[in-house]
Design a protein around this ligand. Sequence first.
Ligand code: ADP
Ligand code: TRP
Length: 321
Amino acid sequence: MRIVSGIKPTGRPHLGNYLGAMREHIALQNEGHECLYFVADYHALTTVRNAAELKEYRRGVCLDYLALGLDPNKVTFFFQSDVPQHAELAWILNCVAPHGLLERAHAWKDAVAKGNREMNVGLFTYPVLMAADILIYNANQVPVGQDQKQHVEIARDIAEKFNHLFGETFVLPEPRIEKAVATIVGTDGQKMSKSYGNTISIFDDEAVIKKQIMGIKTASIDLKDPMPLENDLILSLYEQFSSSQELEALKANYQAGGFGYGKAKQALLEKVLSFFAEARARRKTLETSTKLDQIMEMGAQKARTLAESTMQLVYQKTGLN
Ligand code: ADP
Ligand code: TRP
């Protein structure tokens, strides 16, 4: 089975990104599937307008994934823009994708509804480039968060349309959604997201992470009283990073009374820091390593070979040969 996914380089990762996407991406490399992951820098261009910023984000995502355990010898890991065939195929798919299909995309409709952003054509055809990313490698499954499910379905619709018009060419991909992890909640109680400023970071300085965790909104109860276990963000995050005994111990402290949210937050902070200690150290080492370019070029070469072979078939089918 071939698995393909893209990661948009738009900022530093938080616990929501890790639990909702990155952890699953990395775990899949050990399940005997062929995985291709790329840094979706062409997609980032729909919103990032500053070269230095894009460069930093692109590099940042590579460091994050490698530090968290992505093994470039197991996964084909590369920059989307190092395989320009993605953009070439996107044009060809633009010529078969129905306009109405793209008009129904939730992400596009939300952008229109908000109306406060520069509406470039790239935002509209975003799902077509994404379809090219997926179809060019004949992916069977595409691991994404719930928010990207519709885009994978659009890729499938475009593949069907192309196959119908030009004959069997593309594998029909399926979204792969990790059901076990629901949406991770941020420090203010909404979905954790960079755009809401309610995140808990993975790779920022300890002082930053401490401030974020200490800022988690909690119920106001008297210190001597037991703390409720239901809908408690500290407990639900703590659970993600600890054994069941550790979780039970923390819950017992909640129920005993006289414990307080300050101590609970301190326990979570220590858990998060120890869980990511190795990754944080590895990222520091990688930051100064000169091997990054080599690693990304190795992935790009493998990806280009696969992409070229699909393009040969596409040229034949469409008459561009
Ligand atoms: P953000 O909302 O912070 O900008 P992105 O949209 O860049 O995050 O999401 C990158 C990946 O992380 C996606 O696969 C998305 O589904 C996942 N993700 C983001 N926020 C959360 C969250 N709060 N809970 C679970 N998964 C999340
Ligand atoms: N659109 C995805 C996101 O915002 C990133 C992405 C680009 C992607 N191309 C892809 C994901 C292809 C899966 C497959 O998160």
